[in-house]
Design a protein around this ligand. Structure first.
Ligand SMILES: [Mg+2]
Length: 378
């Protein structure tokens, strides 16, 4: 079997609710899709994403340079395909090329699932048919008052969620503390609150501020520092009992190995797009398992679901409010989390079936971006 044809397309749309964290006000999500057709008539779909910026660069790299390398290859040779793409693009470092490679790797795995007529979670190990989910808000707008916020929390609890992640990092730490304490009260015993700084603090600031959170029983503190500050995370880890979660901003397995080796991460949040697809994500998951660390992957809910149900050390699925493909209105076959438990679809491959008419309405338009691009970085 050979991959005979590859098509690349790109899309840009805002999240279905406004997103704002400690360091960024999100304008748009960008998705790049890589569709593969085989000599036997199979159709594989891969995709990757970026936030606000870079979608057109990823699509250009994918279409002009990477797609021709994969034409003629057998989708079962996923390692060979991945190595070819990684070696050819290594002088680009990690970033745009890694994101582009992810779309190819995901499409190849979708084909492998269709060849074997199995959903991917079973090919990844088949550990469990479902995984608990936590609700994740990107909600740090100054205009978001405590009453509105607590109303949403009550709604999540009514929908069955027992674990909630909130953004913190407001100028007034008491404001962060109030939201954490009130959320914990509503959840009651057995509930979990995770907090996410999005790399807001400096290393010395973190040691001082994190001590204020020490007695709150937080499930984790996420990305407290710059993502490349390994020694800073290690120092913070030594000074607090709260577990540390990170990995959404790391691009390679060697970066994860560095964090694991110095014991600076408790929950490993590798993002399937950011690490270059399922193949690398699975390597990182197995690496984390060797260090006794669970996986709690960032975003990409529909793909993370397949990964988490496959591996033995899956922890929880992140359901980002306003960010799933279903909430974005892009799926022909919605993938919905019910009662805070997510089940992968029974369909072969990753099971994500896009609504092509909906996609058509949000095609990435580089001409309008050149005239009016506005970033949301604070
Ligand atoms: Mg995060």
């Amino acid at each position: 079997m050979k991959i005979e044809k590859i098509e690349v397309s790109s899309y840009r749309l805002p999240p279905s609710v406004p997103w704002e964290d400690a360091t960024n006000k999100v304008q748009a999500l960008e998705f790049v899709m890589v569709e593969m057709k085989t000599s036997t008539g199979l159709h594989g779909v891969g995709f990757t994403y970026s936030v606000d910026i870079g979608g057109s660069a990823i699509a250009e790299l994918a279409e002009t340079y990477l797609a021709p390398l994969v034409i003629g290859m057998d989708p079962l040779d996923y390692e060979r395909i991945l190595q070819k793409l990684q070696r050819q693009s290594r002088r680009l470092g990690t970033g745009v090329n890694t994101l582009a490679i992810a779309a190819f790797d995901v499409a190849v795995w979708d084909l492998i699932g269709k060849i074997h007529q199995q959903p991917l979670w079973r090919l990844f190990g088949g550990t469990r048919p479902e995984i608990p989910a936590y609700i994740s808000e990107i909600n740090l707008s100054e205009s978001d008052g405590i009453d509105d916020y607590l109303g949403r929390v009550k709604d999540y609890i009514a929908r069955g969620y027992r674990a909630i992640k909130i953004k913190i990092g407001r100028a007034e730490i008491d404001n962060d503390l109030e939201r954490i304490v009130r959320t914990s009260e509503l959840l009651g015993s057995g509930g979990r609150v995770f907090v996410d700084l999005n790399q807001k603090w400096t290393a010395s600031e973190a040691v001082a501020k994190a001590s204020r959170f020490a007695d709150l029983g937080l499930g984790w503190i996420e990305e407290p520092l710059r993502c490349d500050d390994i020694s800073g995370h290690a120092a913070l880890k030594r000074s607090i009992n709260t577990p540390i979660a990170l990995g959404e901003s790391l691009f390679s397995r060697s970066q994860f190995l560095d964090y694991l080796t110095v014991g600076a991460v408790d929950f490993v949040q590798a993002d399937i797009a950011f690490v270059g697809g399922f193949t690398e994500w699975l390597r990182i998951a197995h690496l984390a398992q060797a260090f006794g660390r669970p996986m709690a992957p960032h975003y990409m809910m529909e793909l993370s679901l397949q990964g988490l149900c496959g591996i033995p050390n899956g922890f929880m699925l992140e359901n980002v409010v306003g960010g799933s493909f279903t909430e974005l209105g892009l799926l022909a076959e919605p993938i919905v989390v019910e009662g805070a438990v997510a089940r992968p679809p029974d369909r072969p491959g990753h099971g994500v079936v896009f609504d092509h008419a909906a996609l058509e309405r949000v095609r990435l338009d580089t001409d309008s971006l050149k005239r009016a691009f506005e970033g949301g970085s604070k």
